[in-house]
Design a protein around this ligand. Structure first.
Ligand code: GLY
Ligand code: MN
Length: 461
């Protein structure tokens, strides 16, 4: 946990953003996996962690904006709990560690909310995303579960986004530590990528590295020789020479700061000419996009820069044709790069996603596109110092998508469909780094993970 002043300061800043009423955060609960006593590993809600730091289930918190008081609600353990869980600090002691003086059992929360509702006080809450929280919140507020999101407080959401998006130095340091653990995960995975190895042997090993060095993986490991499926969680294929292995994996620590890194390597460690050709195009897009990162630049522009670089590269390989900038403007590259360039990263891998992507990533100036490909860009607005973003361009040959586009002769003035046909067995390549927006540019976080053809071949050889 950070020192208690960190949490008090964050709550003070939140207070300064809002005018009155109660701000109300529910911590997460235990969630059954396959039977009630067999729960998933406990993961605290990120907003609760950010403002109240405590990492136990069944806690709630209130910031009373009018009285200037903070409260933590939770039940102290009894002897039956102690038999299973060991002795736990009291709620009072836990609250003191994060600078909160007022505590009460959970029944106190019900009373506080009931009184506030009776008095017609404004109750600010953020949109819930877990079933258990939705039920709890719905019961407390008397709002139908389907109406909860629509009634969430937009001023609170905007204030939380404003605070959490800008990472301070202690947060960047935590993220960077997690990128360093990802370095171990990825370099180990690369060395294991030999013909005959089954994907799950690598996936299991790198997940173990996450657990042994930090906390759990920050999202289920994406690892596949079928990297053309963007989020491929099937790990049953045997690696064969000629395929590229996509590994998209990161981890989080006990404070829940995370990393999210992708590397793609040729099975066996040596790129063939076709693999090298496509790889260099993705690498160039990754490096060009990172170099364009600086405060004031709309991320949508950097996405389009990467898209244009991809169109240029694919044109030079004879896969696309015509003017690359025009091709990218028309969306021809989305046959190969159908997703967004990246997303904010922090306490969540898709940081703050639960608050509503359009409120996080877009504003009056930069609106979300409805076009295929660009619509998937999670974040488009201007970057600011302190944002941490992923930069993750990719090129994928998705046979089913190619068939549809080809049948429609879609954007055929920019795509050599005959050449594309010969790449249907290629798979995909994605290269992802975690990048901090600095005062005048960018910094790729963490110990550099092999990325060029030469670095990868040297490591794997
Ligand atoms: N690494 C998973 C994602 O960015 O969606
Ligand atoms: Mn990512």
């Amino acid at each position: 946990m950070f020192p208690k002043s960190v949490y008090s300061d964050r709550r003070k800043k939140l207070r300064n953003e809002l005018s009155g009423g109660l701000v109300f955060f529910l911590g997460n609960q235990e969630v059954p996996f396959n039977y009630p006593a067999n729960t998933y590993s406990f993961r605290q809600d990120s907003n609760f962690s950010y403002f109240f730091g405590l990492d136990h289930p069944d806690l709630a918190a209130i910031i009373d904006l009018d009285e200037g008081k903070d409260y933590i609600y939770g039940n102290d353990v009894d002897i039956e709990d102690i038999i299973w869980m060991g002795v736990q600090p009291t709620i009072k002691d836990q609250a003191a560690r994060v600078g909160v003086e007022h505590t009460a059992p959970l029944t106190g929360l019900n009373e506080m909310i009931k009184t506030a509702r009776e008095k017609g006080r404004k109750i600010h809450y953020v949109p819930p995303y877990r079933g258990e929280t939705i039920i709890w919140l719905s019961d407390l507020l008397g709002i139908h579960h389907l109406e909860l999101k629509a009634n969430a407080s937009v001023p609170l959401i905007k204030a939380v986004i404003k605070l959490r998006m800008k990472k301070d130095l202690i947060e960047v340091a935590e993220i960077e530590k997690m990128v360093d653990v990802a370095w171990k995960m990825h370099t180990t995975g690369m060395k294991m990528a030999k013909p005959g190895v089954v994907e799950r042997e690598i996936a299991g090993t790198i997940e173990g590295i996450a657990l042994a060095n930090a906390g759990p993986v920050s999202f289920p490991v994406i690892l596949s020789i079928n990297g053309q499926t963007l989020h491929n969680h099937y790990h049953g294929n045997t690696l064969v020479e000629g395929r590229m292995l996509v590994i998209d994996a990161g981890c989080e620590n006990d404070l829940h700061y995370s990393s999210d890194i992708t590397r793609t390597v040729p099975v066996g460690g040596k790129f063939n000419a076709r693999q090298k050709g496509i790889y260099e195009v993705v690498l160039n897009a990754n490096l060009t996009a990172a170099k364009a990162v600086k405060p004031g630049v709309p991320f949508k522009e950097i996405h389009m820069l990467a898209a244009t670089e991809i169109a240029k590269g694919l044109t030079s390989l004879g896969i696309m044709k015509g003017d690359p900038a025009e091709a990218a403007q028309k969306g021809a590259h989305t046959l190969f790069f159908p997703h967004g360039l990246g997303h904010p990263l922090g306490l969540d891998v898709h940081d703050l996603e639960g608050m509503g992507e359009n409120l996080i990533g877009y504003d009056e100036e930069v609106q979300r596109s409805k076009e295929f490909g660009l619509a998937f860009l999670r974040f488009g607005r201007k970057l600011q110092e302190g944002f941490v973003m992923t930069i993750e361009p990719g090129i994928y040959f998705i046979p089913e998508l190619i068939d549809i586009w080809k049948a429609e002769n879609k954007l055929a003035e920019y795509i050599n469909y005959d050449v594309v046909e010969t790449y249907k067995d290629f798979g995909g390549i994605r290269i992802e780094d975690d990048v901090l927006v600095t005062a005048d540019g960018y910094r790729v976080l963490g110990k550099p993970i092999p990325k060029t053809v030469a670095e990868i071949e040297a490591l794997m050889g």
